[in-house]
Design a protein around this ligand. Structure first.
Ligand SMILES: [Zn+2]
Ligand SMILES: [Zn+2]
Length: 314
């Protein structure tokens, strides 16, 4: 059997690590000398790097679980797209759309958030934050969103390559040192400015800018919020985790889910909601989800109604 051309391409994560490291060290040195804007904390960076290494190991061990589903879909494909240049371009765009919805789901349902929260758990925003990746991403079930692409006829290796290209692109978004780029770049592509919004805990910026490569998906599906000079992004979680322990970072939210779902005196429906409802949902008024946080903020700042991030309430 002829080897698909894409399999002769270098696997991106094998060549990317030295690039990541060079940019990270470069950013750190230039920030320390005051040449670039940014912030670092040694413990935070160490934890981010540990999470990155753990994520690669867990993916290598677990990728077969979801990968076999994608291959099964490809075996039953309705067409064969092949490896022409246009197939690559089409796959990049369609996989970016897959990434958008996968990412949005990861923010809007606690089961998926429990894995993705790792990436948002740093209060810093530098190239090391990009490497702070989940250890449990392969078991959430979201790989199912790649099944339609394989069913349409895109080879699983091509889908995998496009997904890794997307993550490679996103590494370079994680920096405070780049302000705003040319307006047409900001209009079409995800940029450091757009992704700073995504990592911010300010009420205005919650649930915004889920894009991977193209910011147009957020504009199309109503989740785009621009970075405003009058509302500087504050990085981290609504409730920060206050730990640098990698195991606690990787599994802390699962522990929270288990405690909530197993607590005595709750209905079965509430237990299910504690697993799958949006992060912050609770059966009484003891916690707040992002909609409640935005509503509270608007009550205190009524003049912001209708401004970016608060359009629905305006
Ligand atoms: Zn996210
Ligand atoms: Zn990010």
């Amino acid at each position: 059997m002829e080897l698909p051309a894409i399999l002769t391409l270098p696997r991106l994560h094998e060549v990317a690590a030295p690039v990541y490291l060079a940019f990270l060290v470069g950013e750190y040195l230039l920030v320390r000398r005051g040449v670039l804007k940014g912030h670092f904390l040694r413990e935070d960076t160490h934890t981010s790097l540990t999470m990155g290494i753990g994520s690669i190991v867990s993916n290598m061990l677990l990728v077969g679980l979801g990968g076999s589903l994608v291959f099964a879909a490809y075996e039953n494909r309705i067409a064969t797209v092949g490896f022409a240049w246009w197939a690559f371009v089409l796959c990049v765009v369609l996989d970016d759309l897959r990434f958008y919805w996968s990412h949005r789901i990861q923010h809007r349902s606690r089961w998926f958030w429990a894995a993705h929260v790792v990436h948002h758990s740093s209060e810093y925003y530098n190239f090391s934050t990009a490497l702070r990746q989940p250890w449990t991403g392969a078991v959430t079930g979201l790989v199912l969103l790649a099944v339609p692409l394989a069913y349409l006829g895109f080879h699983p290796a091509l889908i995998g390559f496009c997904a890794s290209l997307n993550l490679f692109y996103q590494f370079f978004l994680h920096t405070e040192s780049v302000g705003r780029l040319h307006p047409w770049i900001e209009a079409v592509f995800n940029t450091p400015s757009h992704h700073r919004v995504h990592h911010a805990r300010n009420p205005r910026y919650l649930d915004a800018n889920y894009a991977g490569t193209l910011i147009v998906w957020d504009k199309l599906f109503g989740s785009f919020v621009p970075e405003l000079d009058r509302d500087k992004p504050v990085f981290g979680l609504v409730k920060n985790i206050e730990t640098y322990n990698p195991l606690a970072v990787a599994l802390g939210e699962y522990w929270g889910i288990a405690k909530d779902a197993a607590a005595p005196g709750r209905s079965l429906l509430d237990r299910v909601r504690y697993v799958f409802a949006p992060p912050g949902w609770c059966h009484d008024a003891s916690r707040k989800d992002s909609h409640m946080i935005k509503a509270d903020y608007l009550r205190e700042h009524p003049a912001e109604a209708g401004s970016p991030g608060f359009l629905a309430s305006g």
